[in-house]
Design a protein around this ligand. Sequence first.
Ligand code: SAH
Length: 195
Amino acid sequence: MNLLLAAKIVWASGVIGWYLIRIPFERKVKRERVVDVRDRLRETVLLMCSTCGLGIVPLLWATSRVFNFANYPYSWVQFALGTAVFIFSLWLFRRTHKDLGKNWSVTLEIKDSHKLITGGVYRHVRHPMYSAFFLWALAQLILIPNWIAGPAGFIGFGILFAFRVGREEAMMLDTFGKEYQDYMARTARVVPGIY
Ligand code: SAH
């Protein structure tokens, strides 16, 4: 099979896999009562940036010729590595959903029965779901041999992360006080022991 076609199939399967992991949690959190919402409009704009970089730009690359001018030569090594990172990101994504459970939300929210999670993958970093998204962006960068569609995920999700993470931590500090402060003191944000 043509290697580029294989890359497109892997990318599309990754997106579908990601969505299948997320659907049951979307159902579950619908029943929760929300007691605090932060910056909903701003957060929605940030989500659009992320969706554009991780979804729309690579979709355009996969289904049209608009970005073909920025294609570069591809190799099996790149394909295999990109696929492996994608699988790892989906695995981590699933773990973070399982650990966070009903406390998860798309934008910044606190639930009526919100619990601070510090176990499972949350023991190593305090934003493992964002680590999973960065791994997805890395997989996209390696998997897609195009100077625009490859890095688009990093840019899109990077914008969301940069403008969100401080506000999310402020919200968690307002809600959980010293408990979150202690948790912050013993964890990194997205890369264990580094950042
Ligand atoms: N930043 C986390 C969670 C992303 S989902 C991660 O990357 O894994 C975003 C929501 O998760 C926020 O609205 C916040 O209410 C909630 N949240 C973030 N960290 C949490 C934690 N340690 N325990 C419980 N809820 C958390």
